[in-house]
Design a protein around this ligand. Structure first.
Ligand code: GLA
Length: 334
């Protein structure tokens, strides 16, 4: 018997600067990985996956190989079990997970858990492959038809940079965050995407695409062909949001933070009115933040129905209860 293999891996959370609800139609997104992480560490070996969580009362204890991750309790363990199932691992891990990402706040604590566990279990492949595997794990383990945004950001983060990502090709352009730009996050309310109208939005996009073709390339003029007014609004959000990601990237490249902030506010309106993923509390937070001196713009961020608001500000801008997040590198094994 050799000595036990000790492993530690960590994966960052993410915040979306602009480009929400575009990933599952293969569109454009502009997130950044943030300096908050989930860490998985332990001893490899044995025939089970046993993880204690610093943030949850019940540990995960499951035999390998995992066949039904969606039936695992406690439910937080489904993300880890889903990863083990996708990897098909038979060599286990006894360890712990802990996180500095607020859980259920729309900052991708789930994706970070998936990536950290995958790396701790010995995943061997490219960051894009890691993201794909973890997305599949989440889809299977939770039934949520989520896109690739969270996992791809956590896998491919670049220190000091936001990312412009194409969710069809998985091409990524790292975009330096200018020195005079500060990103701040304000927690508004807890939320769960499983059981929320998220899956309805995915289905509504598919219904709109059945009429006008891929939203990724659709022209705004084609919206007239969609008879159902609600579906037409959903499609309008996606088409305009893809355009906003391009414009936002241009504004950041040019260092024009006023433009970037205005696009964030426009994006929030689109999520509020056309996509209906905001809440009254998030709308209020965006309204009050955008009225503050030093704030270029603000918007809800992530899947919505609760969660956080993100603001782009001048250095030194104090927002009560918000915290500054810095763009950071992607997931890694120690
Ligand atoms: C959640 C999903 C992502 C993405 C966002 C909205 O975070 O996991 O795939 O759809 O919502 O942009």
């Amino acid at each position: 018997m050799g000595s036990p293999t000790l492993v530690t891996a960590r994966a960052p959370g993410r915040v979306v600067l602009i480009g929400d609800h575009t990933d599952y139609t293969g569109g454009l997104v502009c997130p950044m990985a943030i300096d908050r992480w989930t860490t998985a560490s332990g001893v490899r070996g044995g025939s089970g996956l046993s993880l204690a969580s610093a943030d949850e009362p019940e540990p995960l204890d499951v035999g390998l190989p995992v066949t039904r991750p969606d039936a695992i309790t406690p439910t937080w363990g489904r993300y880890a079990a889903g990863v083990a199932a996708e990897l098909g691992v038979v060599e286990g891990l006894q360890g712990t997970v802990s996180t500095t990402i607020p859980i259920g706040a729309g900052l991708s604590s789930s994706a970070a858990l998936e990536l950290a566990v995958a790396l701790a279990l010995g995943f061997d492949g490219t960051p894009r492959e890691l993201a794909r595997l973890c997305q599949r794990a989440e889809n299977t383990a939770t039934g949520l038809p989520s896109g690739i945004l969270d996992q791809l950001t956590s896998a491919c983060g670049v220190d000091g940079h936001a990312l412009v990502m194409d969710c069809t090709t998985l091409d990524i352009e790292p975009l330096p965050v200018p020195d005079h730009a500060v990103v701040q996050v304000l927690f508004v309310t807890q939320r769960r995407l499983v059981g929320s109208p998220y899956a309805d939005r995915v289905a509504q996009c598919a219904a709109a695409e059945a009429v006008i073709g891929p939203l990724r390339t659709a022209d705004i003029g084609t919206l007239n062909a969609i008879e159902d007014a609600m579906l037409s609004r959903r499609a309008r959000h996606v088409i305009t949001e893809n355009r906003r990601v391009r414009d936002f990237a241009g504004a950041l490249r040019a260092g024009d933070l006023n433009d970037a902030g205005a696009l964030m506010l426009e994006g929030h309106e689109s999520l509020r009115v056309d996509y209906e993923t905001s809440t009254a509390a998030m709308d209020e937070a965006v309204r009050s933040l955008s009225a503050l001196r030093g704030v270029y713009g603000a918007r809800m961020t992530g899947g919505g129905f609760g969660g956080c608001v993100v603001a782009l500000t001048e250095p030194g801008t104090q927002i009560p209860n918000a915290w500054v997040v810095r763009p950071t590198a992607g997931a890694s094994r120690a």
